[in-house]
Design a protein around this ligand. Structure first.
Ligand code: SF4
Length: 327
């Protein structure tokens, strides 16, 4: 499988207004601070971390909804970092976003027909083709043509997310960035929507980047998982392996908080000290050292880079993860 999407050392820093009137110091919020990974065609990469770790910003940078401060983005082998105008418009057909909040992302004044057909209209798809596609999309997301003239407020949360998913598929994209698509839904509905997304992936040959703070949600759908902390990747690799044997202390702590399916299996909960530090003023060395139960002096001064931590290619950024050296 070749890489459909590749990001190389992407950074997204936001300038912050300086309160001190005469200060010349430029302050920045480092939302994404140098992440690199690729996503293969047909694969699902789960991108996880606490709120404020930069995962949603990273998703918007990948989609070119936000300009990166530095770094490069490749889509189907082509460098799209500096795409503008018509080139970017064409690219929008192939890369879509599913939003977290199905309540806020659907225009309450528009009918379902208008909401789903709008992207097709923008791309001048003929009316007859639009109508056919609309009926087909409603059917595949579990709604029906009968719902076309209704408005968003007439639907439940799960149905609204189905409408959001149908809209994201209107232009037959290859890549869909799913930004916490089930976190606003009841737990009972989450599994239904995730199962639907898996079915749609097979039907439409989709590639997903699935952003979530809940590791149990990502586990179900991901082929690989990437864990972010304060704008950086701390672990990435095969989802089953990361869940079975997490290498980075932060991943271990996140996984220890996931409820066990088997109540007889004992698992010790790792409670992290303090809150997530501010990305305006991140800790020196390993950014996780202020909360890590295993931190030592070196962690305060020296930043660990991602290293190969398993035969199967899991990478982790920790000074105390044993590096697997190629034979
Ligand atoms: Fe913890 Fe140090 Fe490893 Fe960072 S480098 S995760 S602080 S042990």
């Amino acid at each position: 499988m070749s890489a459909l999407l590749e990001v190389k050392d992407i950074k997204k820093h936001f300038p912050i207004k300086n309160d001190a009137v005469f200060s010349r110091e430029k302050r920045v919020l480092k939302a994404v601070d140098g992440i690199s990974f690729s996503v293969k065609k047909g694969e699902t990469l789960g991108l996880v971390g606490e709120s404020g770790c930069g995962k949603s910003t990273a998703g918007r940078v990948m989609l070119k909804l936000l300009e990166p401060t530095s770094g490069e983005i490749y889509f189907k082998g082509e460098n799209i970092t500096n795409f503008r105008g018509e080139k970017l418009r064409k690219l929008r057909r192939e890369m879509q976003l599913i939003f977290q909040d199905p309540y806020a992302s659907l225009n309450p004044r528009k009918s379902i027909e208008k909401i789903i057909s709008e992207p097709m209209k923008i791309f001048n798809i003929p009316r007859e083709e639009r109508e056919k596609r609309l009926d087909y999309l409603l059917e595949v997301v579990g709604l029906s043509a009968y719902h076309k003239q209704r408005y968003p407020h007439e639907f439940s949360g799960g149905q609204r997310q189905r409408i959001g998913i149908a809209r994201s598929l209107a232009l037959d994209p290859e890549l869909v960035i799913c930004d916490e698509p089930v976190s606003a839904l009841d737990v009972s509905i989450q599994a239904q929507v995730i199962n639907l997304m898996e079915d749609l992936q097979a039907e439409f040959d989709l590639t997903y980047v699935f952003i979530a703070h809940d590791l149990s949600v990502v586990h179900h759908i991901s082929d690989r998982v990437a864990v972010m902390y304060l704008g950086e990747l701390v672990e990435i690799g095969d989802a089953q392996e990361v869940y079975r044997d997490p290498k980075h202390p932060y991943t271990q702590a996140l996984l220890s908080a996931v409820p066990q399916v088997n109540p007889n299996e004992e698992k010790q909960r790792i409670i992290l000290k303090g809150d997530l530090p501010s990305p305006q003023n991140p800790p020196s060395g390993c950014k996780f050292h202020t909360r890590c139960p295993f931190a030592e002096e070196i962690c305060r001064t020296s930043k660990p880079s991602l290293r190969k931590a398993s035969e199967n290619g899991v990478m982790a950024a920790c000074h105390f993860v044993k590096e697997v050296v190629e034979a």
